[in-house]
Design a binder for this molecule. Structure first.
Ligand code: SF4
Ligand code: ZN
Length: 315
């Protein structure tokens, strides 16, 4: 970590005009060098954790926000000529007035990058939109937060579309900030198993078909992915999910941003610690012991899977 006295320079090391100052390592970068650095970072992460293999069929989960739009753009470039295929999938949770725009953005990107896109909807998979799930929850005065109910449904919807698209890898655009927030949320709730899953090699499958989950943007700051999208004129939705502020994620996010502002690089060093902790925990044995959900037949470690448990609360 460098001290805070490092100041931006007017010129990048290549002589170009500085457009981005990376406070955590003191680099002043022009547009081209900034872009190159993001591509390099993603490539390094993929290779360090052996995320991609020859012949993989990769489905990128695109929400239409800055992170997934940027990652789709990056993967479409770096996967060219590498013997693997890229397809895109989008989940329509059914959030009126919000999801429509992001789906349009995903469709625009898919067309521009000539990447096939498949949209899968909660309504088709579960018989309810997320708006309806939230309405039922409120009617029944349940205490569960929106993300705790929506998260398992989202993961299941992604798996179902992945199976339809016959992909063997799912790439999600979780960035460094997302990983740290998840770490703290699990730390506060005592969920050690989910801390283990943060390691790129220990992500569980939870499917009855082979599906590797990768996060190629996990070592990139959220702010840098947003700037990447802006710099490359990528279409992305700036509005956030209307249900996202119910949990503590936003608070954790704000705290981490404040720490980073005061101590540039602290997020990066925390990521290293998180990965050492999850690596020290080692691979889980629980998924090997998993059986089938009594209701839907999905892979589950309990009698009911998390989706059926959620749905049983509101139907
Ligand atoms: Fe679902 Fe939460 Fe994501 Fe909104 S922010 S789509 S509620 S998981
Ligand atoms: Zn089930």
């Amino acid at each position: 970590m460098l001290s805070q006295i490092t100041k931006p320079k007017a010129e990048c090391r290549c002589g170009g005009k500085t457009v981005y100052f990376r406070a955590y390592n003191g680099e002043s970068l022009c547009a081209r060098c900034f872009n190159d650095s993001i591509f390099e970072k993603v490539k390094k992460t993929i290779s360090k954790y052996e995320m991609l293999r020859f012949g993989d069929r990769v489905g990128i989960a695109v929400s239409g926000g800055k992170d997934s739009t940027s990652l789709m753009f990056i993967l479409s470039k770096i996967m060219k000529g590498h013997g693997s295929q890229l397809v895109a999938l989008t989940i329509d949770e059914g959030i009126a007035g919000y999801r429509e725009e992001s789906i349009r953005n995903a469709e625009t990107m898919a067309e521009e990058l000539s990447t096939p896109l498949k949209v899968g909807a909660y309504k088709d998979f579960f018989g309810l939109t997320l708006d309806e799930v939230m309405h039922e929850r409120d009617e029944r005065r349940l205490k569960a937060t929106s993300c705790s109910m929506c998260g398992p449904m989202r993961r299941r919807a992604i798996d179902l579309v992945a199976r339809e698209l016959q992909v063997n890898v799912i790439a999600t655009a979780h960035n460094l900030d997302d990983l740290l927030q998840t770490f703290y949320i699990n730390l506060y709730s005592g969920d050690v198993e989910r801390i283990r899953w943060l390691h790129p090699n220990f992500a569980p499958e939870f499917t009855d078909f082979e599906l590797r989950r990768i996060k190629p943007a996990m070592e990139i700051y959220e702010q840098e992915l947003a700037f990447f999208a802006f710099l490359n004129n990528l279409p992305f939705q700036t509005e956030s999910c209307p249900y996202m502020n119910e949990g503590i994620r936003t608070e954790v996010r704000n705290n981490l941003n404040e720490m980073e502002r005061k101590h540039p690089g602290i997020k990066y060093s925390t990521l290293k610690t998180v990965l050492s902790i999850s690596s020290g925990l080692g691979p889980s044995l629980s998924t090997r012991k998993a059986g089938k959900c009594e209701k839907c037949g999905a892979t589950s470690s309990g009698r009911l899977c998390s989706v059926c448990t959620t749905l049983s609360l509101i139907t």
